[in-house]
Write a protein that binds this ligand. Structure first.
Ligand code: PAF
Length: 282
């Protein structure tokens, strides 16, 4: 496995594979890899001949008061794990190799109105940062297929929409969330939790399951159902930011809908956690 830092080195390797007619899968990450990322890598292997993983903590998707500075960085350990997964190439560029004409870039991509809702309402500019870097990484790697975790459901929908709107020649594939035995979705940010908070944290998954149970029982008073669980999260020591029932493409659901995703964000101590659950009724 090769680890490269320059777009020119990346391009040289990609050209060789393309010349041989090989199919390329991309798994974009911000590093600090956990079992959830490794599951994406394994899925990528099943979809292509070559798997490229990018490791880039993208400054454009962090707000001024967010955790860009303290976001955990662990490239040597990431590289070791990716090598063990049989990854073909790791691309870990410095900021100036991604934003070639200076930071912040003059050109950005915003998928409206979805980028301003849910996560976007609490993290202004976040999805513009994500869409822009994903477009740059797609242009650099030119993957046939790219794999994203369903834990970031809204991000997945936004990337899919961007690719469709801009006719980008890549398939975007989601992969289910990996969870700890107690239900907590794996996330690089879980390591910010104190031991006591880590004990409380599965409460966020329990709230999603309670909403899911209500939906399965036929409730269609979506706002009231979510309000009950927001209160339960507050009582359990969380500061919930949103808990909503949407359709899988994140439209507002209407009575009679049978296919939903329930999405939540809540702060525990100083750690912001997000999660979601797909609920399909027969
Ligand atoms: O999900 C992430 O880790 C990031 O948002 C992504 C897709 C790698 C873009 O920086």
């Amino acid at each position: 496995m090769n680890t490269v830092h320059l777009a020119s080195e990346l391009r040289a390797q990609i050209s060789q594979w393309r010349a041989r007619g090989e199919r390329i899968a991309l798994v974009p990450t911000m590093g600090n890899l956990h079992a959830g990322h490794l599951a994406l890598v394994r899925h990528a292997h099943s979809l292509a001949d070559r798997v490229v993983v990018t490791v880039f903590v993208n400054p454009l998707q962090f707000g001024p008061n967010e955790d860009f500075g303290r976001y955990p960085r662990s490239l040597p350990e990431d590289v070791r794990q990716l090598e063990a997964q049989g990854v073909d190439l790791v691309y870990a560029p410095p900021v100036e190799e991604v934003y070639v004409n200076g930071f912040p870039p003059a050109t950005t991509i915003t998928v409206s109105p979805l980028s301003a809702e849910l996560e976007g309402a609490f993290r202004p500019g976040f999805f513009t940062g994500v869409a822009t870097v994903v477009a740059i990484l797609f242009n650099s790697v030119q993957p046939d297929v790219a794999v994203f975790g369903e834990k970031d459901w809204q991000q997945l929908q936004i990337v899919k929409r961007m690719v469709a709107d801009l006719r980008m020649p890549a398939d975007v594939v989601g992969y289910p969330t990996e969870r700890a035995a107690d239900g907590l979705a794996l996330s690089s940010r879980n390591q910010y939790l104190t031991p006591a908070e880590r004990e409380q944290a599965p409460g966020i998954h329990a709230a999603l399951q309670a909403v899911a149970a209500g939906l399965r029982a036929g409730r269609d008073d979506y706002a009231a159902l979510c309000a009950e669980q927001m209160q339960r999260l507050e009582a359990a020591g969380f500061r919930p930011q949103y808990l909503e029932v949407r359709t899988p493409v994140l439209a507002q659901p209407t009575a009679g809908d049978k296919d939903f995703v329930v999405l939540v964000a809540a702060v525990l101590g100083t750690t912001r956690l997000i999660d979601n659950l797909r609920v399909e009724q027969p």
